[in-house]
Design a protein around this ligand. Structure first.
Ligand code: FE
Length: 286
């Protein structure tokens, strides 16, 4: 069987913005594009050595109807939520939070200087799971399976499972209904890696260091660019004249109506109004 390599569709450039209590970040996928990248709603990269860009953090706020995934590259964050979870996120660590019917949490820097760098991804939940019980999962760097590639580079499997050169690789996060694949890939100069992906899944590649070709017929992606991959059953990545790092994110689309407002992602406007009412009345998270 030969692979049908996915070709590159649209290319997005992260846009500077701020969120929370004034954290400067780069918004790569924004909720305004929600239907295009179903089931992904949002992807942010935060990266700064200046405390003033991040120190205000994300004080207490609610979520309902989707999952938030935070992946840290550098620095330290403290998560607290109404369920009593307290998580210390460290470099290489992942926090996977299924907001379900409601969670109220804060995400604050646990450092006063130095580099803070990482990503936050929002993955939608299917209608039947939007009001499920909230769930918090946290994995340290040591708990994320990492594989050394034969000709250099490494592959960290945060979520998903697949075959690579006859070896079955399984990620830390399991049992999510959109069957997400979340990989952090580091390639050596000029190295090529082929990753199989389910043909129907939405596939995004975000390059965050170096330059990476994802389609032989197109210009390579530079750091800070996201590529939306078209249909196919594999993706071929080739680092250029320097090492490159990227996130490869894939999941099954939901094909359901999406209504997003602030920290809520539901199927109808009525459900969004209900979420605001529930939060105001103190019954969103109980
Ligand atoms: Fe949050």
């Amino acid at each position: 069987m030969t692979d049908t390599f996915r070709q590159l569709g649209s290319v997005l450039q992260g846009q500077p913005t701020s969120d929370g209590a004034g954290v400067k970040l780069k918004r790569i996928v924004s909720p305004q594009q929600k239907q295009a990248f179903d089931p992904f709603i949002l992807l942010d990269e935060f990266a700064s050595e200046h405390a003033g860009d991040y120190i205000a953090g994300f004080p207490e706020h609610p979520h309902r109807g989707f999952e938030t995934v935070t992946y840290m590259l550098a620095g330290a964050m403290l998560h607290r939520d109404h369920l009593g979870n307290e998580g210390h996120l460290r470099p290489g660590g992942v926090q996977w939070m299924t907001a379900g019917r409601g969670i109220i949490h804060s995400e604050m820097p646990e450092q006063e200087n130095g580099l803070l760098r990482g990503f936050q991804l929002w993955i939608n939940l299917p209608a039947r799971e939007k009001m499920t019980q909230p769930r918090y999962q946290e994995f340290s760097a040591e708990q994320i399976p990492a594989f050394e590639l034969a000709d250099g580079g490494t592959l960290k499997v945060i979520a998903g499972d697949f075959e690579l050169n006859g070896q079955h690789l399984a990620g830390a996060v399991k049992g999510i209904s959109t069957a997400p694949l979340y990989l952090d890939i580091a390639l050596a100069k000029a190295q090529t890696l082929v990753i199989p992906v389910p043909p129907q899944h939405t596939v995004l590649v975000y390059v965050y260091d170096g330059t990476l070709a994802v389609d032989t017929g197109r210009q390579p992606l530079n750091a800070g660019q996201l590529g939306h991959m078209l249909k196919g059953d594999a993706i071929r990545l080739t680092a250029q004249d320097q090492p490159a790092r990227c996130l490869l994110i894939a999941a099954a689309p939901l094909h359901e109506p999406v209504v997003q407002s602030g920290p809520f992602v539901m199927n109808t406007h009525e459900e969004i109004e209900q979420a605001y009412r529930d939060y105001r009345d103190g019954v969103l998270a109980q």
